[in-house]
Design a protein around this ligand. Structure first.
Ligand SMILES: *[C@@H]1O[C@H](CO)[C@@H](O)[C@H](O)[C@H]1NC(C)=O
Ligand SMILES: *[C@@H]1O[C@H](CO)[C@@H](O)[C@H](O)[C@H]1NC(C)=O
Ligand SMILES: *[C@@H]1O[C@H](CO)[C@@H](O)[C@H](O)[C@H]1NC(C)=O
Length: 621
């Protein structure tokens, strides 16, 4: 065969191949683009295989770029070397106190640089940290601390945190817990001051042997999630999962030259796993804010030369709700990375603040399934073509809207949905797509696992989330099923709220769910309650009870005074009806009430108030 023939057949191939590909597998080009964009995963999976943890990566980065700014917080700047040495001092101090691998240490702090020094320092000793939500108080706080199994607790320097701990100190001391405070002068009631001790400790690197036994399946942190049952659960975050989380910023194209801005709490996986671990992996500069502020957001971005911002859906909405300013476009931000963004905010945000890329992703803290919208399809969280689902397995199955359970066919198997339908997302539990589970009773973790899904003996993680897949295989987040709903970016566990309500004497029964308010993200909490026949409801007292025992986002925004709750087999069905009826006095015969934060009570919700909420004249927050 002469070279011309070869050339011609090659040319013919080049010309016809695209046609054939388009005809037989029309998603080839999208797949190819997606694979190219997600190539960094290969490197990260190698890190997992070679047991290279986020902590090892931090130490490597500190050696590679010691003088690069690692962290900016208010007026403070910490280079990689400084943070490395600070965390060494933390590690060396606690090592000298006999602490080490295999033990858990709880952290109860607001966002501040010391939080990172403590987290990194304890991790360098191979310890597990429990990231307590700093909004928790009394019973919930004690519960969360308890399930972590920690015998040590470090409290931030802030007065509000100290007083929350002093409230539960007798119980903690009874359990032999040592409480440390990130302050210098405190020596009250057995709280041990920490700042001077750490200042005086050695800078020397923590010997690697101290963490050499650590495996990717071991737990680096507990992050609390409001699960579908009862009080918050401590989701186990393994070293391996942290490595996976660290890849989101990499996939979004963040490099060492970027400055990433995070105004989310460190006790959540968004800031800790996506933000911190991602900053470490990319070697960029991380700007941390104590608390999100819509009015200061862009001033901060200008002040620190921020190039990438992290968000959760509501956050960008709050930014768009700010009064327009002449300098709205005056920033260097090219990407916003996060999840939960509603389509109606998407373009408005991009245009108003001149942000080129929006990188949505979907992931659950404890889940084994995730998507990233690296192709930037409008409104989507990612892409899941058949080939992609082969590479990183997950399935979309039919579910019962009323119960949230998967629907089984006549043989007992789950039924996959077709493109163009909503489906419950599940993913097979394998060595590569693992499910870390929760601390405590095995039953807690088992509840998230589906058995005998497509064949006898298989196991799948049930995300509890409904996603829509379009005919081009792009996927969109739809809703969270069952007993949790989202409000202000937090997951609210309905059972936790019901439990707190039923501890209030006059309440006989409480049924809690989330209702949609037009123009708001997520769902606002509604408690349908039954008062004991011989008692009456004291609204200010009820308000005081719920605000004392629940974090502010979980306090019910609406009350509905019912007659009797149907607790028979159709209970779930009832809940669905109630959710549909929402807080519309024209649909609900029962008396309705709206939370009144300034009056510290609940006030009657009549048609007039209802209409003012709908029109946006009265804000529910
Ligand atoms: C990583 O850890 C596993 C144990 O989980 C071990 O079998 C393996 O040899 C380690 N790999 C490397 C490259 O050290
Ligand atoms: C925490 O654990 C202790 C001892 O195990 C127990 O006495 C206490 O009731 C628990 N507290 C909560 C809130 O679970
Ligand atoms: C931001 O960039 C400007 C111009 O490049 C520079 O002068 C300034 O020092 C930078 N600020 C920070 C905080 O890096």
């Amino acid at each position: 065969m002469g070279w011309e023939t070869v050339l011609y057949s090659v040319l013919a191939g080049v010309v016809t191949a695209p046609l054939l590909i388009k005809l037989f597998y029309p998603h080839f080009y999208t797949d190819a683009r997606f694979i190219l964009k997600t190539l960094p995963i290969v490197k990260l999976e190698k890190n997992i295989k070679n047991n290279v943890s986020v902590i090892s990566r931090f130490i490597q980065q500190a050696a590679a770029r010691p003088d690069r700014t690692f962290l900016r917080f208010q007026e403070e700047t910490h280079t990689y070397r400084q943070m490395d040495q600070w965390s060494n001092r933390v590690g060396n101090f606690f090592h000298s106190r006999g602490l080490g691998a295999g033990e858990t240490f709880a952290i109860f702090m607001l966002n501040e640089p010391a939080y990172l020094a403590v987290f990194l320092g304890l991790s360098k000793l191979g310890m597990t940290t429990a990231m307590l939500n700093h909004n928790l108080r009394s019973k919930s706080l004690l519960h969360c601390f308890n399930v972590s199994g920690a015998k040590n607790l470090v409290v931030g320097k802030d007065e509000v945190l100290r007083s929350a701990i002093l409230e539960i100190l007798p119980e903690l001391q009874q359990q032999g817990v040592t409480v440390w405070v990130m302050g210098d002068q405190v020596q009250e009631n057995g709280l041990l001051p920490l700042v001077d001790e750490i200042e005086a400790a050695s800078n020397a690197p923590i010997p690697e042997e101290l963490r050499s036994g650590i495996r990717m399946t071991d737990i680096i942190a507990y992050i609390y999630t409001s699960g579908t049952t009862g009080l918050p659960k401590a989701a186990k975050v393994s070293y391996g999962r942290m490595v996976y989380a660290s890849m989101f910023l990499v996939l979004c194209g963040v490099t060492e030259d970027d400055v990433v801005y995070t105004a989310l709490p460190l006790y959540h996986s968004a800031a800790l796993c996506i933000g911190l671990a991602g900053a470490i992996e990319t070697g960029c500069t991380w700007v941390l804010r104590q608390k999100f502020s819509a009015s200061r957001f862009w001033d901060d971005c200008r002040k620190y030369n921020v190039t990438v911002v992290q968000y959760i859906g509501e956050l960008l909405r709050y930014l768009c709700a700010q009064p327009k300013r002449a300098d709205d476009k005056d920033n260097q931000v090219w990407a916003a990375v996060g999840n939960g963004l509603r389509p109606e905010i998407w373009t408005e945000f991009q245009e108003r603040f001149n942000v080129k890329d929006i990188m949505e992703f979907y992931a659950a803290t404890e889940g084994n399934v995730g998507f990233v919208n690296v192709l930037q399809k409008f409104g989507a969280v990612g892409y899941a073509s058949p080939l992609m689902r082969k590479l990183r397995p997950c399935n979309f199955v039919k579910y019962d809207v009323a119960t949230g359970e998967p629907i089984r066919d006549e043989n007992g198997w789950c039924i996959e949905t077709k493109p163009g339908e909503n489906g419950l997302v599940i993913a097979p539990i394998t060595k590569k797509t693992f499910f870390d589970g929760y601390a405590g009773k095995k039953a807690l973790s088992d509840k998230k696992v589906l058995r005998d899904v497509f064949k006898k003996g298989d196991g799948y993680f049930n995300s509890g989330d409904v996603l829509f897949m379009d005919t081009e295989y792009f996927v969109y987040f739809v809703d969270r099923l069952g007993d949790t709903f989202r409000w202000k970016g937090e997951n609210v566990a309905t059972t936790e709220v019901s439990q707190v309500l039923s501890e209030y004497e006059p309440i006989q029964e409480a049924n809690v769910y989330g209702v949609k308010i037009p123009g708001y993200d997520g769902r606002a909490g509604m408690a349908s309650i039954i008062v004991r026949p011989d008692q009456s409801l004291d609204l200010p007292a009820l308000y005081e009870h719920v605000t004392q025992y629940l974090p502010s986002y979980a306090v019910p925004r609406f009350l509905r005074l019912g007659q009797a709750i149907d607790v028979t087999g159709t209970f779930k069905q009832k809940k669905v009806d109630a959710v549909e009826e929402g807080f519309d006095p024209q649909q609900v015969i029962d008396p309705l009430y709206l939370m009144d934060g300034s009056g510290k009570t609940y006030r009657p919700l009549d048609l007039d108030l209802y209409q003012r909420i709908i029109k946006g004249e009265v804000t529910v927050n």
